[in-house]
Design a protein around this ligand. Sequence first.
Ligand code: NAI
Length: 385
Amino acid sequence: MTKLTWGMIGGGEGSQIGPAHRLGAGLDGEFSFVAGALDHRPDAGRAYGQALGLDADRSYGDWREMLEGERARADRVDLVTVATPNATHFEITKAFLEGGFHVLCEKPMTMTVAEGEEIVSIAKETGKISAVNYGYSGYSLVRHMKAMVARGEIGKIRVVVAEFAHGHHADAADADNPRVRWRYDPAQAGVSAQFADCGIHAMHMASFVTGQEVERLSADTISAIGSRVLEDDAMVNFRMSGGATGRLWTSSVAIGRQHGLTLQVFGETGGLRWAQEQPNQLYYMPLGQRLQVIERGEAGLSPEADRASRVTIGHSEGMPLAFANIYKDLAEAIRARKEGRTMDPAANLYPRAEDGLRSMAAVFAVAESGKAEGKWVDARPPMFR
Ligand code: NAI
């Protein structure tokens, strides 16, 4: 089987998320890494690209050069990942979709709802894949939770509790460090800080697992460190399209919490609990029975979970392998298009531009509600109302 080809924008040397993408895209041997514009400094980007094995003529100094260079080639890349800072996502994603490329963009997909709607429309018009990296939805047991809910194993969902709370910006003495400060500055970060950075992962997870969309929400946002304009902690209550009630806590001042992404789903006949820091166990409590621990990789799990499980039971699997599942889905989606066939439904789980747009509408709804003392507001993008 011919390998697909892959290129990356951002993710240069020392970046936080670049290595996880390269590990994820490379894991299955589906994609060859052949092109990149990896750094905002052209020379550093070219040099690092070549150090990673890119040919000199495909190790580009900036993304516009890469767009032109790849468009001119018969063997242009099959997929482009955008892993640059947030404010550049819209412009780069739009340009590559319009240039005829499939794109996987980091979250948040855009800075405004209008931009999100534009990306959804462009993806529809061009017929190109426009995915968003809610990479935690790639974990095997998260996919198993989704499958259990869809099969009715815990009954109709009553309550979803999602958290993404860490303590890495809790030091008031470090709040003016430029590497931290920009995140809470509206001129650079937009209308929201912690919810837009982490809360949207938790909210996406709640929707992904329940199969329900967030319709309305009420937010209590605070800046626990007083010099911050934007929020560093938020509690969001929401109502979902299938009748579930959601509770979401996100924080960057929760000292002692590390990554802190967890999801609990409570239905009429059972409950589920999963935490990203122990991703290989899923806690399942059937009503009136004993607590069960479901292990990633054990027999009898759903096809979706089996497909996303990569190493033998009992060995740790973590975030780059969850990202690898997004890439595996995308490889199947691209191959199905090339071969003119329907894609494997167990692979049809990658997050899409529509999810990125819904998140952006939720970000603006949280900001609006937070300012209005928790007023309930519509959280849907105008396009989906
Ligand atoms: P970072 O600041 O560590 O790295 C950004 C990289 O992009 C640097 O190498 C920089 O030189 C490069 N860059 C900046 N502007 C560029 C441009 N115009 N063209 C080419 N390269 C450019 O940032 P980090 O933390 O890696 O975040 C990048 C994105 O990934 C953000 O949007 C962030 O929200 C997202 N992210 C997603 C996570 C997830 O779990 N899905 C986790 C962490 C970050």
